[in-house]
Design a protein around this ligand. Structure first.
Ligand code: NAP
Ligand code: GDP
Length: 333
């Protein structure tokens, strides 16, 4: 019997990146498709995972042996600030349905997706996997953060009570093709890509929210996809793993804006709207555990190679320009 790997949230930013990596890496390699594996990518039109019966029906249809659980109500700083209860409730329901159905249907391995938002605010840097539950998360996203934290709690409880092989990844800020480019609710990179596109088209200023000073670790979705494929195949521990570039490889929002301007060859004015929130100033996360494990499980002590930020960003901008008509842009301007 082949392994059936169900990817929930499979039609979003990360799901599309996993599909891309499987399709472009040579078959039967570390990150390519392997004989004996069937990958199924599903989105919300396949099943509303907030609904227990719909989740059960989805699992009955595909009979997954493995699950990569990406589906979530997800957005950037401003969406998290506006919809705290929805971010809490929708994600609690989605996660409980996916985890419990995975248990009841005998899924052999489940990898869920958290976020560095789960970490306590103001904790001594760097963020490490063992610091998740040491204090309350930042106020701007406490709904989403608590829902995601509970996945780690549930993974441990499913393991202790039922022996399940459930674990999780903790990515930093992700960007790449197929993102959500909504002007208000998206994360910073897709939001700014869309804003710069419109500024160039309409000959208006390019407006960046906040001071531009906060720092973020950005991970290219196709690099992250490799990490998920590796974790699914080669990692069997409940302890989550941070998926990120190095903690010193964070860049300022101002630098992000400058690189987007460069990628678009935008000649107009860039403005910083300091009436808008900066959110957390910095949340440096350590990727030491990830790099060590990927290296130790490789054939010849191979290091994980990250796509340079400037290259990943240029590819993302070019993808957006080429796919504007199909891209998720929210209300079309
Ligand atoms: P995304 O592009 O918005 O994709 C989210 C996916 O979840 C979509 O496929 C969406 O379905 C699906 N989904 C949402 N609500 C659903 C529901 N009620 N039932 C079924 N499916 C539902 O997000 P992403 O950036 O790829 O996020 C993937 C994972 O990474 C999430 O768990 C997120 O929390 C996490 N994460 C993201 C970031 C980031 O910077 N983007 C950072 C850290 C962690 P449709 O395609 O049908 O809409
Ligand atoms: P975070 O990394 O979880 O905080 O989420 P975001 O991806 O939303 O990044 C938020 C940071 O980018 C804050 O410092 C915002 O002030 C800044 N930022 C600048 N312009 C934008 C924008 O258009 N959208 C978003 N979401 N953030 C922006």
């Amino acid at each position: 019997m082949p392994d059936v790997i169900l990817v929930t949230g499979g039609r979003g930013l990360v799901g599309n990146a996993i599909r891309h990596v499987l399709d472009t890496e040579p078959p039967n390699t570390r990150y390519g498709r392997r004989d004996g594996e069937t990958w199924v990518f599903v989105g919300s039109r396949d099943a509303d995972l907030r609904d227990a019966a719909a989740t059960k029906a989805l699992f009955e249809k595909y009979k997954p042996t493995h699950v990569v659980h990406l589906a979530a109500l997800v957005g950037g700083l401003f969406m998290n600030m506006k919809y705290k209860l929805s971010m809490l409730r929708d994600n609690i329901h989605i996660n409980d349905n996916v985890l419990h159905t995975s248990y009841t249907t005998g899924v052999q391995k489940l990898v869920s997706c958290l976020s560095t938002c789960v970490f306590p605010d103001g904790i001594t840097p760097p963020l490490r996997e063992d610091k998740i539950h040491l204090g309350p998360p930042h106020d701007s996203n406490f709904g989403y953060a608590h829902a995601k934290r509970l996945v780690d709690i549930a993974n441990r409880a499913y393991k202790e009570e039922f022996g399940c092989n459930f674990t999780a990844a903790i990515p930093t800020n992700i960007y790449g093709p197929h993102d959500n480019y909504d002007l208000e609710d998206s994360h910073v990179i897709p939001g700014l890509i869309h804003k710069c596109y419109l500024a160039k088209k309409n000959n208006t200023p390019f407006v960046v929210a906040g001071s531009g000073k906060p720092l973020r670790q950005f991970v290219f979705s196709r690099d992250l996809a490799k990490m998920f494929i590796w974790q699914l195949r080669e990692y069997n521990d409940v302890e989550p793993i941070i998926f990120s570039v190095g903690e010193d490889d964070d860049v300022s929002i101002r630098y992000v804006a400058e690189q987007i301007v460069k990628a678009f060859d935008f000649k107009g004015e860039t403005k910083f709207d300091t009436s808008k929130s900066d959110g957390q100033y910095r949340k440096p996360a350590s990727n030491e555990k990830l790099l060590r494990l990927v290296r130790e499980t490789s054939k010849d002590n191979e290091q994980f190679k990250f796509t340079p930020f400037e290259q990943g960003l240029k590819e993302s901008v070019d993808w957006f320009i080429a796919n504007y008509d199909q891209a998720r842009v929210g209300k079309r301007a």
